[in-house]
Design a protein around this ligand. Structure first.
Ligand code: PNW
Length: 475
């Protein structure tokens, strides 16, 4: 990215956040009544994660949250997005809440509020209580009702102090990586089940939104975080355009259709007819799912480039996920995924800030008047401390500068983006990749669990304090 000639300045109320999720950072998996989630089971199953790594200790945030909040304050962050571990609150996924489990989040939120950091609470970031998976998991309708009950409990406990609520994080990953390609927990490979899961995640979002409306004060905001893909056709040929439309339905329309517009795309039904009959979409479901929202969260890392394929290709995705025999794209055997040209991060994901601009402007058209937040954006690099123990990550600074500039450009063009959450606050358990992929703005030494802000954290903190992006070389 060339240095802009004029300073990149953000609106005064813009939120400068960082994001994490419970299983990726907390550890303490057997403490205070917590029971296993599908990610505990999955990561302890041989062959599922790199090196058999798991979140048993993770970065021990459960015990270090006070220091972590102090560190965020020291950096200058104004917002923090975290998730609640469902099985800390309801160990069997149903029934009364465990108060000590809720107390952890009360203490965390109080620490944040005391230093002026706005909490954004995600109810579900992929860690379904194992008992609910044993009862069928997301392909079963009952899981959606259980989720609404859990939302009600957390809403009643924390609604007085948390203003920003997010129902689900990236339901695409839960449905299609969890039940389709099987690279995420629970590791099932059943295309039909992945579509059933998608529908019940939609239903869970709608029911939880209604439950939250009655549980939390009206001034609070309810949103969902989608990993809406930016799907690009390799050419303007009718076949490539059709391929892009198909993947757009399976990545975006399958969730935002029901959530934002109250309907599934007709083309999605048609493309998946041989896999599922959609009979589990009951009469009133779309009304239940289509609840008014106060904001929309967009998670963005890299665009998706597709073309029409002559024959079946369930090959690895260009973003490095899904390198398994099973495709996370049901009914899309006639689509091929290409590597987007350009420089890539350690995940193999192409760096493309224009994609973020395109995503924001698309949802500005798609959901007029709905405030937007970038609820995740960031990059993994092979960070290492220098002999003095400092961690320099100019690549991450360049990534953040490029993407924040794209956000600013979208705002200038009329988009209502209210904040940005960098993924991630600190290095953590990167799911099937284990601890090797470092997304943090803060470096974690896994031998000692010591935290060291990387130069990107200082750079970002300066942006947060001034509302202006420091130049890349100021780091
Ligand atoms: C997101 N894909 O995961 C998650 O919300 C985070 O928990 C995660 O650490 C972060 O992004 C980095 O990976 C994704 O296959 C996982 O497209 C997979 C995909 C996208 C996002």
């Amino acid at each position: 990215m060339p240095e802009p000639v004029t300073p990149v300045t953000f609106p005064p109320a813009f939120l400068w956040g960082a994001a994490t999720s419970a299983y990726q950072i907390e550890g303490a998996v057997r403490e205070d009544g917590r029971t296993p989630s599908i990610w505990d089971t999955f990561s302890h199953t041989p062959g599922r994660t790199a090196g058999g790594e798991h979140g048993d200790i993770a970065v021990d945030h459960y015990h270090r949250y006070r220091d972590d909040v102090a560190m965020m304050a020291d950096l200058g962050l104004t917002a923090y997005r975290f998730s609640v571990s469902w099985s800390r609150v309801q160990p069997t996924g149903r029934g009364p809440a465990v108060q000590v489990g809720l107390d952890f989040y009360r203490r965390l939120v109080d620490e944040l509020l005391a230093v002026g950091i706005k909490p954004a609470l995600t109810l579900y970031h992929w860690d379904l209580p194992q008992e609910l998976e044993d009862a069928g998991g997301w392909p079963e309708r009952d899981t959606a009702y259980r989720f609404a009950e859990y939302a009600q409990i957390v809403g009643e406990a924390l609604g007085d102090r948390v203003e920003q609520w997010i129902t689900l994080n990236e339901p695409w990953c839960s449905a299609f990586l969890g039940y389709g390609s099987g690279v995420h927990a629970p590791g099932r490979t059943d295309a039909g089940a992945s579509l059933r899961a998608a529908h019940h995640l939609n239903l869970a979002h709608g029911l939880a939104t209604s439950a939250l409306r009655s549980a939390i004060p009206a001034r609070n905001s309810i949103a969902v975080s989608l990993n809406s893909s930016v799907v690009r056709p390799a050419s303007q040929s009718p076949a490539d355009l059709a391929a892009a439309r198909k993947i757009d339905d399976l990545a975006n329309g399958v969730f935002h259709g029901p959530m934002l517009h109250g309907s599934y795309p007709q083309s999605l039904f048609e493309a998946t007819r041989s896999i599922t009959d959609w009979s589990y979409v009951l009469d009133n479901d779309l009304t239940l799912i289509h609840q008014p929202l106060d904001a929309l969260g967009l998670n963005y890392y890299t665009p998706t480039l597709v073309e029409a394929a002559a024959s079946a290709s369930a090959g690895p995705r260009a973003d490095g996920h899904g390198a398994s025999a099973h495709s996370p794209w049901p009914g899309a055997d006639d689509v091929a995924f290409l590597q987007t040209p350009g420089e890539r991060t350690e995940m193999g994901w192409t760096i493309d800030p224009t994609g973020l601009y395109d995503l924001i402007t698309r949802y500005t058209r798609e959901a007029p008047g709905l405030p937007l937040y970038v609820t995740e954006n960031g990059a993994a690099y092979d960070d290492k401390p220098d002999p003095e123990g400092r961690v320099h990550d100019p690549e991450r600074i360049a990534y953040l500068h490029g993407h924040l500039s794209a956000v600013r450009r979208a705002i200038a063009d009329g988009a209502d983006v209210r904040g940005y959450y960098l993924w991630s606050l600190m290095d953590n358990f990167e799911w099937a990749y284990g601890y090797e992929k470092r997304f943090g703005a803060v470096y974690v030494d896994y031998a000692t669990l010591a935290r060291t802000p990387k130069s990107s954290a200082r750079w970002y903190g300066e942006a947060a304090r001034t509302g202006v992006l420091p130049t890349v070389s100021e780091a």
